[in-house]
Design a protein around this ligand. Structure first.
Ligand code: ARG
Length: 592
């Protein structure tokens, strides 16, 4: 029997084939295989129960029949996997030591893992909408999570075989441009002379412009008019707008580079400005949209808070009463574009938790509209997150209460990591310490963000995220560096094949080997919910299993066969850890 890369998926399909082909179960039989409580085995199938009930059969009898057929089929070698009936009709699967060891031999490189993992998202066209910041504003701490979480999810989807489009849906068509243009023209500013810190200046111009509007409300009309002029294609305003967008792009590209953010295309809100008319027409035509005080709105009466008869009516407003488009209109046009231009099977949006209502209304509207028009409906999901808090449990701000600039945060991460590395390893050259600090500093920040369940708030703490103990990036990076040093000592390449190993013996070896296989389950779990903390928890547990193994089973022993198998376990731990860190956007280091 060939060892399965992903046992739960393989068991699911083998069992379903056997049930249907040789046992005459209907096609409605779903084995329902999932990871089991380790007390009972590795996996458990619980689908027999529901199926038996539905067809008026005895679940235990049916379960036993299926087990017998599975063994008779030869697709479940008893030396590799043991099947047993449990409880009211569950089937338990326990992988043998032989299986677990063979798995280590058959899957040894990142490429092996990737070709196995490909089946998880195989060829699905997925558009991921991130980091999608608003233009003309400096990046601050609020931009950290979209970059970090979006990047990890993108890498993961790509690794698992998705055909990915990373679409940076920037907010480049907002009302703030009216105020900005008013202020720029009033002061006679030539944007092309601003130089390096142009975005900082723009940020200030906008703030000053808004303050001015508060002092002299009549300026609001001027700003509004500048916006209308821009939207009507006035050449002067368009030129200013283009410069603003370019200045933002340059500043963001610099951050993307440091953060490891990759995007495939940038189609901002402005890209959809000539595509919204069709949205108004189609939604009206299918009877979803209606006029309300001059605006165009969509009601979703089945959801209380969006229903017409609610005390505070809150419909999906898709066109403002002055006829202008808004966030909702562009998002509707965007969904359609993603279907028509990319033939998306799936669209994933990333924003903070405050936009949940918007996306709920967007998805409901899209479902009804696409159904009415007979368009293929992509799977739509909103990945959102909580707030980053300071030690006072309030949103993380500077001491004077301002929002923290992202660039300053990155610089601080590097310099703090440099101090930590210097303390730990004063003998390394300064340039090497800088290189290590880059990966440790930025990596630690990313990891702290990813390792907490994204829907919850978390407290930002330099001491904790840079600690070499606990569920942190330095802890994982250090484990990789330590394994590298073992291989340097032995004088072999950790990626090279290691021959002559004997089978696993000690409990700690076996526990580590089983944990290594758990990588597959961790990937699945992370993908199902698009929650990277599952992968972090797994990598942390793997490192702990590795430590227990390393502390109790000496690697450098005289017995060559024992040494070989222990080196194999070290090499696999290294590969899984490195692969996992890379998926999270963290660069593994040779030494630390
Ligand atoms: N620019 C928006 C913001 O900063 C996020 C855009 C998210 N994507 C979308 N298609 N709505 O809040």
């Amino acid at each position: 029997m060939k060892v399965w890369f992903n046992p739960s998926k393989a068991i699911e399909s083998e069992l379903s084939a056997i049930a249907v082909e040789t046992e005459g179960f209907g096609a409605d039989f779903v084995p329902g295989v999932r990871p089991a409580d380790p007390k009972f085995g590795d996996y458990q199938a619980n689908g027999v129960l529901g199926f038996a009930k539905k067809h008026g059969m005895n679940p235990r009898e049916l379960g036993q029949k299926l087990i017998d057929a599975a063994i008779a089929s030869g697709r479940f070698d008893p030396d590799m996997v043991e099947l047993s009936l449990a409880g009211p009709g569950f089937i338990n699967f326990k992988l043998s030591q032989a299986f677990i060891w063979q798995w280590q031999l058959d899957f040894s490189t990142k490429e092996d893992y990737q070709s196995g993992a490909k089946a998880l998202k195989g060829g699905r066209k997925i558009v991921i909408d991130y980091p999608s910041a608003n233009t003309a504003k400096q990046a601050h701490i609020g931009h950290l999570r979209p970059m970090v979480i979006g990047q990890a999810i993108s890498r993961l989807l790509d690794f698992c075989g998705a055909d990915l489009v990373r679409d940076n849906h920037i907010g480049d068509w907002g009302t703030n441009f009216g105020t900005l243009i008013m202020k720029i023209k009033r002061d006679g500013i030539d944007l092309s002379t601003l130089g390096e810190d142009a975005l900082v200046t723009l940020d200030q111009l906008y703030k000053d412009g808004s303050a001015l509007e508060t002092e002299q409300p009549e300026l609001r009309d001027i700003s509004r008019n500048e916006l209308v002029q821009l939207q009507n294609g006035d050449p002067e305003n368009t030129a200013i707008w283009e410069q603003i967008v370019e200045i933002s792009k340059v500043a963001f590209d610099k951050l993307f580079e440091q953060m490891g953010v990759e995007v495939d295309i940038t189609l901002g809100e402005s890209f959809y400005r000539d595509k919204v008319e069709r949205i108004y027409d189609e939604l009206t035509e299918v009877g979803l949209a209606e006029e309300s005080d001059g605006a165009l709105v969509v009601w979703h009466d089945e959801v209380k808070k969006f229903a017409r008869d609610n005390e505070r009516p809150y419909p999906f407003n898709i066109r403002k009463s002055d006829g202008a488009s808004n966030y909702a209109s562009t998002d509707l046009a965007t969904v359609l574009y993603r279907l028509e231009a990319f033939n998306a099977d799936e669209v994933i949006y990333l924003t903070d938790a405050r936009q949940q209502d918007h996306f709920q209304q967007l998805f409901l509207t899209t479902e009804k509209w696409f159904k009415a028009k007979g368009y293929k409906l992509p799977e739509l999901s909103h990945v959102f997150w909580g707030t980053i808090l300071g030690s006072d449990k309030k949103p993380f701000k500077t001491k004077s209460g301002e929002s923290i600039k992202l660039q300053e945060l990155l610089d601080e991460a590097r310099s703090r990591a440099f101090d930590v590395v210097t303390e730990k390893n004063p003998d390394l050259s300064e340039s090497e310490r800088h290189e290590i600090a880059e990966s440790v500093g930025i990596g630690a920040m990313k990891y702290a963000d990813l390792s907490s369940n994204r829907t919850q708030d978390y407290v930002f703490s330099w001491d904790r995220l840079l600690s070499f103990e606990g569920n942190t990036a330095p802890y994982l990076l250090y484990a990789v560096a330590r394994i590298n040093s073992i291989f340097r000592k032995v004088g072999i390449d950790p990626e090279a094949a290691i021959e002559g190993a004997s089978q696993l013996e000690t409990e700690t070896e076996q526990a580590l080997a089983r944990k290594l296989m758990g990588f597959v389950t961790a990937l699945e779990l992370t993908l199902n919910d698009l929650r990277p903390h599952f992968l972090c928890t797994y990598l942390y547990e793997l490192t702990s299993a590795y430590s227990s193994f390393y502390n109790s089973d000496k690697v450098m022993v005289d017995d060559e066969a024992v040494k070989a198998r222990r080196l194999i376990l070290c090499a696999r731990t290294r590969t899984v850890l490195r692969t996992g860190l890379e998926l999270l956007g963290i660069k593994p280091l040779e030494r630390m």
